[in-house]
Design a binder for this molecule. Structure first.
Ligand SMILES: [Zn+2]
Length: 115
């Protein structure tokens, strides 16, 4: 139940970013989840809904934005975007690589009802 604690962290982040007044008006929480973050998006969403049910965030829906895994090779400069995270360069096989994207888990945006 790794996602349960992650969902709790996300809710804390939401609370830190809105006023007490706005909390009940949060309608959508947009979360970026990288392909390499190890987070199961469906499970995270389910946990979020379970925790927020009956609370100030009852009406808030979590929207997950999938961030593809992207790797840059420091040896040959190749950039690879793959569905399955690979830490070796697909061109030269080097392990001297850096992750450009795909390991993120962050709240990207909050949508709050106007009135
Ligand atoms: Zn390479």
């Amino acid at each position: 139940m790794h996602e349960l604690s992650l969902a709790q962290n996300i809710i804390e982040t939401v609370k830190q970013n809105v006023t007490a007044d706005e909390l009940t008006k949060v309608r959508e929480v947009i979360v970026e989840v990288g392909a390499f973050s190890g987070v199961v998006a469906d499970s995270l969403k389910f946990s979020f809904e379970a925790i927020t049910s009956g609370t100030e965030l009852n009406d808030a829906v979590m929207t997950i934005v999938d961030i593809p895994f992207c790797l840059k090779c420091n040896d040959c400069g190749n950039e690879t975007s793959t569905e399955i995270p690979m830490l070796l360069c697909s061109i030269c096989g080097s392990s001297n690589t850096q992750i450009l994207s795909g390991d993120e888990l962050r709240v990207k945006e909050l949508k709050i009802a106007e009135e």
